[in-house]
Design a protein around this ligand. Structure first.
Ligand SMILES: Cc1cn([C@H]2C[C@H](O)[C@@H](COP(=O)(O)OP(=O)(O)OP(=O)(O)O)O2)c(=O)[nH]c1=O
Length: 195
């Protein structure tokens, strides 16, 4: 049995490495189109979709999938489609509060069959400082926002935008480690349990 991270996100690789477990990465392409507008449902369903796609290719593994979105006033912000979209997102987030939802799914596959499937999410409240148009434009030119939900990364230069957060920091970066640890324990994953 192995732990397989179903993610192309370099952040999620770094995050999982913090848990001091052996794992390998297997990426897949899934559609991120979804009918639901309920944030918790969206991130749990998308994380499950990513995990399922990879689990179908595995024989014996715990497959982990995750998904992160930014939510402001009920509106869901994913990754920006282009620099103009990033500008629109950051302009609306600056000077206000928003939430970051990250869903995590674990699928336990034994002998090619799904033995257990678990999906959970965490929410973090984030307060962003007021930002000038020039500063937003400069940040977008660095390219950093383009692969991130809400068009910012709290773990890089984007940290200078953040006044405070309430909730798990790692949840903002892409996956709550305390939630993941709890889920691996629930699954009785021996690769995680420390003696
Ligand atoms: C808000 C925020 C998001 N992000 C990132 C985390 C996710 O990688 C990304 C949201 O996109 P996701 O679709 O959740 O993930 P992904 O496409 O990067 O990777 P994969 O689906 O293969 O697992 O935004 C940060 O890195 N920092 C932040 O502060």
């Amino acid at each position: 049995m192995e732990i397989v991270l179903a993610s192309g996100s370099p952040r999620r690789r770094e995050l999982l490495a913090h848990l001091k477990v052996d794992f390998r990465v297997r990426t897949s392409e899934v559609s991120e189109e979804i009918d639901s507008t309920e944030p918790s449902e969206v991130v749990e369903m998308l994380s499950l979709r990513k995990a399922v796609k990879v689990a179908e290719e595995e024989k014996n593994a715990w497959v982990i999938g995750a998904d992160t979105i930014v939510v402001q006033g009920g509106q869901i912000l994913g990754k920006p489609s282009d620099p103009a979209d990033a500008f629109a997102m950051l302009s609306s987030l600056q000077g206000t509060q928003h939430q970051v939802f990250s869903g995590i799914s674990i699928i336990e596959v034994r002998d090619g069959e799904v033995k257990r499937s678990l999906s959970r999410h965490a929410t973090t409240h984030v307060w962003m400082n007021s930002l000038s148009d020039q500063r937003i434009k400069w940040y977008i030119e660095t390219g950093d926002p383009m692969d991130k939900a809400g068009s910012y990364g709290i773990q890089g230069y984007g940290a200078s935008f953040i006044e405070k957060i309430e909730g798990c920091y790692f949840n903002v970066v892409g996956m709550s480690l305390s939630l993941l640890a709890e889920m691996l324990e629930t699954c009785s994953c021996p690769l995680f349990e420390k003696s």
